[in-house]
Each structure stands twice: as structure tokens, then as C-alpha cells.
Ligand binder design. Structure first.
Ligand code: KIV
Ligand code: ZN
Length: 514
């Protein structure tokens, strides 16, 4: 049985999904959960991309001790220096450097000849090996690269010191058989290939990222890269939970397995979905709401007689709990803390106290507090940013079928000043957002608005995701509350706070000349 390393890039390639912008607290929470999931490597970001990226890679590398943390760098010394500064405090610093190798990228993007591309790649790997014990080198757009050139450059970067060679299907163009054969070709035509591990990294433009990744495993790859829930650039990356469960369920075929704790999959998927605002489709393999639901009579009959008739994956395998425990307004602090620990979260006393208060407030309005509710309260508290510029203090909305919806909102800024405004709109949410726009005093475009319930029932918590834009800066935000309008306002305030935090960092950097 071959052990396949799982390289998670949710925080780098996943965060490149349109409209996703995670803050440091959120990235740290995801990193800690990836550690619990037991991934082998996590790519925490692209340190040279921005000060924010640099700081999050650094903090993650310094916090996460049981997983090798890596950061991305182009084939230039400045990027490698930034990556080293960010990663050097980690338990096992690892660099991920790349250069494009395909004719299209060489000609139009890099404007370099084959020889120049080889030289840049070799120079960067040699330079990186002065600092990093482990270097992964990626041939961007490998699947559209001439095979003989690919073999040549791989040989050179291995001689220069690379330990892992990653062959991405960057634009999701490869077909499984063809992509797999690229690995066979490389294994047969690169003389020093036995010195390295081969890795696969697939995008999902044609919906084949997972199949391509599995084909690479069949043809000799020992590392699979991807993201949780398959999030990422354009159509996303290979969904790691699908790859891992496919390898597990079809061990007989692939003769390979991973070290992932599969029963942490659901929790990881929920956290990533919550913090990125990218809702998992109900029919998504492995983690979708309907993945274990049997609808038709024939299927239900079969499952009742013998589960394996229609169920190849059990919900328990991936951590889907069939009966979640319910707490209520009479539940004490002890039961509350126990449940949070049982759900797998580590919490300090301060967090327990704050979330317990939120729990009690919610329990006054909602009869049964489910695990989903608890996780929502807990995650909101964990990622709450004390540096937020504005807090929502109160809101009032007047709505009637024959009335013009009107909202009145009070915000409190960091200095304790209150800002109160009122405005109308053609609907309640528009009235709310027009009012908030007045409070902030800047023009904001709403690019996306989505709402979902946390669990079932009329009294369920509402969770709202928004994407907003001011000038050319984009931001997303999330808010939950029992009332849909309050959740809508919280999401908007959250998005604008993030926008303002990014603007503030930019201004600070400009001031110090970065
Ligand atoms: O898709 C890709 O080619 C990448 C590289 C940077 C590895 O993400
Ligand atoms: Zn990628």
C-alpha cells in the first residue's frame, strides 16, 4: 500500500477564489483544523504577494507544529527571501517555487526561451537550497508543456536541489489518461527521478481535477495537491476530501492510502465553507448535504434491507454525525464546555465565557441549540477581529406591504463614537444597506448576497454572505443572527470592516515606503 502525501493549498490556491479574502484569524483557524485533519503539507500563502500574506504565513508557520508549512515563491530571489523570512520559524520550512514551462506561457507571459526558463528555474532552486531543507519545484502549466522539454528541465532542477517535483494541470486542460501518461513519461525519461517525490496539482475547468489527480496516483505520483471543498481559481482545484475518500474506498484498485483523519473531513469542510462564504452544493460528493440522503423508494427500501446496496461511504467515515446533541436554556456551563470539547474544538477560559454568554442569549430565543448553532457561535467568536473599525450597536427596520421600507441603524466606532443614520429602500435589505452606506460615508457596491439557514427549523440561525466593492477593492463578509435582517447587516458591516482594514494597511505601508 503506497502512502500518498496530502498537500493542502486551501489557504493559497483556495484563497485565490474570486471574492474570497480571509483575515489572519480565519486563516489560523483553518490551519489548525487542517492540522487536526492531518494533512502532510499546508501551503499557507504567497509571502511576497502582500504584507498581509507574509504575516499570515509567518504566524501559521510559527503556530502549526505537526504539519510541514510551505509558502509560494516565483523564481526570483525577492520572493524566496520573503518566503524564508516567513517560514524560517516553522517546524519544517519548505519552499514551493515555480516557473511556467509551456510554450504559451514561455512566449506570452515570461517572454523567455527554453534555455532562459531552465536557467531561471535552476538559479532559483540553487538559491533556495541555501536556506530551505525541502524544496518543491512546480512546472506551471506542465500538462501543456512539450514532454521532452519537461523531462529536461526536471532533470536540471533535481540536480540543483529540488526534492519534490509538482506537475500541475494549471488550466484544467488534461484528460485523465493523458495526464497520467505524462507522469509515466517523466518517470521513464528523467534519469535522476528516483531522488524526488512526484506531485500532482489539478484544476477543475473541465470537471476532471479529481479524476486527473487519481490518474496521476495510478501513474506514480506520491503527493496530491488540492483544496478543501475544491475551492480555488476559476472552477477550483481538486477537492482533497474526494481524493482521500476515493483512495480509501477504492484501496483495492489504487493500492494507495493517505494519513488523513477522514472523520475530520466534515468539520474541515464546514469551517472552510463558513469562513470563505463558499457554500457547498447539496449534491457535492462526500460532503454535500444530500451525499447520504436516499430519496427514491427503491433506494430507501434497499438501504433498509442492507445499507451497502446503495451506500458505499458511511456518513460516520467522514465525520457526519447522525444524531447531534441538543442543548437548551437550562444547560449549564459544564455541559456546554463538554459539548464544545466533544465537537473537537480547543477553547480557552476567555472564549468559553464569551461564547457561553452568546449561547445563553440565543437559548432565550431558540428552544434547541444544535451542534451547528454552537459551531457558528464559536467560530464567530474565534475569528472576531478586535480591531474592527465599526460595531453594529442597534438596528430597526420598518416594513409593510404598503409602506416604503425604512431602516435606522446605530454603529459604534473604535473610539466609542456613535453614528446614527436612516434611509429607505425598495426592500428591507436595500434600506439596511443604504443606511449603512450613509453611516460609512463611502460608496459601496454590493456584488453578491447569499443567505442560508444554520440547520433546520423556523427558529434556525440565519447566515448571510456578502461581497462588496469600494473603488477597485473587493471584500467579503459574513454575519449570523436569528433574524435575517440582523444577519444581513452584520455581514455587510463585517465586509466593510475588512475593506477598511486592508485600506488602512495599504496606507500604513505607503507611509513607511513599502
Ligand atoms: O495551478 C498552478 O499551476 C499553480 C502553481 C503555482 C503550482 O497553482
Ligand atoms: Zn493551482
Amino acid at each position: 500500500m503506497r502512502k500518498i502525501n496530502i498537500f493542502d493549498t486551501t489557504l493559497r490556491d483556495g484563497e485565490q477564489s474570486a471574492g474570497v479574502n480571509l483575515n489572519l484569524h480565519e486563516k489560523l483557524e483553518i490551519a489548525k483544523q487542517l492540522e487536526r485533519l492531518n494533512v502532510d503539507v499546508m501551503e499557507a500563502g504567497f509571502p511576497a504577494a502582500s504584507e498581509g500574506d507574509f504575516q499570515s504565513v509567518k504566524q501559521i508557520a510559527e503556530t502549526i507544529k505537526n504539519v510541514s508549512v510551505t509558502g509560494l515563491a516565483r523564481a526570483v530571489q525577492g520572493d524566496i527571501d520573503a518566503a524564508w523570512e516567513a517560514l524560517k520559524g516553522g517546524a519544517e520550512p519548505r519552499l514551493h517555487t515555480f516557473i511556467a514551462t509551456s510554450p504559451i506561457h514561455r512566449k506570452y507571459k515570461l517572454r523567455q526561451t527554453k534555455e532562459q526558463v531552465i536557467q531561471s528555474a535552476v538559479d532559483s532552486v540553487k538559491y533556495a537550497s541555501k536556506f530551505f531543507p525541502i524544496i518543491q519545484w512546480s512546472a506551471e502549466d506542465a500538462s501543456r508543456t512539450e514532454l521532452d522539454f519537461l523531462a529536461k528541465i526536471i532533470k536540471e532542477v533535481i540536480d540543483a536541489g529540488a526534492n519534490v517535483i509538482n506537475l500541475p494541470d494549471t488550466v484544467g486542460y488534461g484528460a485523465p489518461e493523458e495526464y497520467g501518461k505524462m507522469f509515466t513519461y517523466v518517470i521513464n525519461n528523467v534519469p535522476n527521478i528516483d531522488k524526488v517525490i512526484l506531485s500532482t496539482h489539478c484544476h477543475d475547468d473541465l470537471g476532471m481535477a479529481v479524476s486527473n489527480s487519481l490518474s496521476a496516483v495510478e501513474h506514480g505520483a506520491l503527493q496530491v495537491e488540492g483544496t478543501i471543498n475544491g475551492i480555488g481559481e476559476r472552477a477550483g482545484n481538486a477537492a482533497l476530501e474526494e481524493v482521500a475518500v476515493a483512495l480509501h474506498i477504492r484501496q483495492d484498485f489504487y493500492q494507495a492510502n493517505t494519513r488523513l483523519k477522514l472523520d475530520e473531513i466534515k468539520r474541515t469542510s464546514d469551517l472552510v465553507s463558513k469562513l470563505t462564504g463558499m457554500i457547498v452544493p447539496s449534491n457535492k460528493a462526500v460532503i454535500g448535504k444530500n451525499a447520504f440522503a436516499h430519496e427514491s423508494g427503491i433506494h430507501q427500501d434497499g438501504v433498509l434491507k442492507e445499507k451497502t446496496t446503495y451506500e458505499i461511504i458511511t456518513p460516520e467515515l467522514v465525520g457526519v454525525k447522525s444524531n447531534s446533541m441538543v442543548l437548551g436554556k437550562h444547560s449549564g456551563r459544564h455541559a456546554f464546555r463538554n459539548r464544545i470539547v466533544e465537537l473537537g474544538y480547543s477553547v480557552d477560559d476567555g472564549e468559553i465565557n464569551r461564547v457561553f454568554k452568546l449561547f445563553k442569549d440565543l437559548a432565550d430565543k431558540k428552544k434547541e441549540i444544535t451542534d451547528d448553532d454552537l459551531v457558528t457561535l464559536l467560530v464567530d467568536e474565534k475569528v472576531a477581529n478586535v480591531e474592527d473599525m465599526y460595531q453594529l450597536t442597534s438596528l430597526q427596520v420598518q416594513y409593510g406591504t404598503n409602506q416604503i421600507p425604512t431602516a435606522t441603524i446605530t454603529l459604534t466606532d473604535r473610539e466609542g463614537n456613535q453614528i446614527q443614520e436612516a434611509a429607505t429602500g425598495s426592500g428591507s435589505v436595500e434600506a439596511l444597506y443604504n443606511t449603512l452606506e450613509r453611516c460609512f460615508g463611502i460608496s459601496i457596491t454590493l456584488d453578491d448576497y447569499r443567505i442560508q439557514s444554520v440547520g433546520a427549523g423556523r427558529d434556525a440561525l440565519a447566515e448571510v454572505f456578502v461581497k462588496v466593492r469600494h473603488n477597485n477593492a473587493e471584500s467579503s463578509g459574513r454575519g449570523s443572527a436569528q433574524d435575517v435582517l440582523e444577519a444581513s447587516a452584520r455581514a455587510y458591516v463585517n465586509a466593510v470592516n475588512r475593506l477598511l482594514a486592508v485600506e488602512k494597511n495599504k496606507k500604513l505601508l505607503e507611509k513607511v515606503g513599502v
